[in-house]
Design a binder for this molecule. Sequence first.
Ligand code: PLP
Length: 400
Amino acid sequence: MGFIADSLNRIQPSQTIAISMKAHELKAQGKNIVALSAGEPDFDTPDNIKEAAIAAIRRGETKYTAVDGIIELKRAIAAKFKRENGLDYKTSQITAGTGGKQVLFNALIATINPGDEVIVPRPYWVSYPDIVMLAGGIPVFVPTTLQNKFKLQPDVLEQAITAKTKWLIFNSPSNPSGAAYTETELKALTDVLVRHPHVWILTDDMYEHLVYDDFVFATPAQVEPRLYERTLTMNGVSKAYCMTGWRIGYGAGPETLVKAMQKLQSQSTSNPSSVSQWAAVEALNGPQDFIAANNKVFKERRDLVVSMLNQAKGLSCPTPEGAFYVYPSCEGAIGKTAATGQRITSDEDFASALLDAEGVAVVHGAAFGMEPHFRISYATSTGVLEDACQRIQRFCANLR
Ligand SMILES: Cc1ncc(COP(=O)(O)O)c(C=O)c1O
């Protein structure tokens, strides 16, 4: 018997983190590397949020807090759900954790029994299947296509549901594709879910605020109130508020679920950082106008990247509605050979040869369960993006 638990052998380290680390290492060796692999905004946390944290430290808010969040934070979260999503949650229905990731982790570990199925649309955020498998559950992958812009279709969802289905994990706007569902598109999916009352919905709304071209965000419990009793609406301050390092995420749903998640957290990490919680209170209650200003920049970058990638030989890239990612297909490059002599048989080969030949770090699509694609994060300066896209164009032009 090995020393390491069997459950850990079911999972892999996060591939997106691994690629970002490789890019850092190459940079440290003095190589000219452009990393488009990290999933975080390049903007700094707004000053009013930093000041709120500093004030909290000065006031001595440096002790343990309630396990899943101070009441001030839960009130700020409840107010956010009411104001932005028209959803009513009592503070007893709200839980805050160390990043959105812990909230997802708590929800899945607290509910999955061995053999339970969890529907995960492809392409997916890297952590969903691994957390499901760690819990002993079975991720049931359902396909999307580039033609319908990576959006789950109602008939495909319906076919995937079995008596063992426990959750659907829904993510809009999506990491890695940037796809976001309109209210109409979402309603078509919630209509299916209404017919299957044993299926719960875990909606990851982390990129809610990062939508462009007047796109209107919608979330399942808002679109279909009949799903309220079996939906966990998850969100956080990491992306829109440029607070990835502060580690605050939250969720709201039925009290029985929230209590179970709280119990798990009480025996693992206890409260998220007290100082970060006060910063998140300010993020949610304070001025929101910087989000629109940041989005203007993100939209320009998205348009630049989509246009330049579509000019690269063998690539095809739809325009996503949100997040700060694009997910082009590199099908036209498969079967070719790079100038470095590397043969490209998969998107992993494509990403690896691109890094070797041109020093551009992207994440291959296999990491997100849909090939042959790769993910670019455009949360970096316009100059860097232009340089990176020129390198990608040159790389593709040199493929033989
Ligand atoms: C879709 C999605 N959900 C959840 C998270 C986790 O967010 P946090 O950094 O708050 O844990 C991320 C972060 O990359 C994400 O992309």
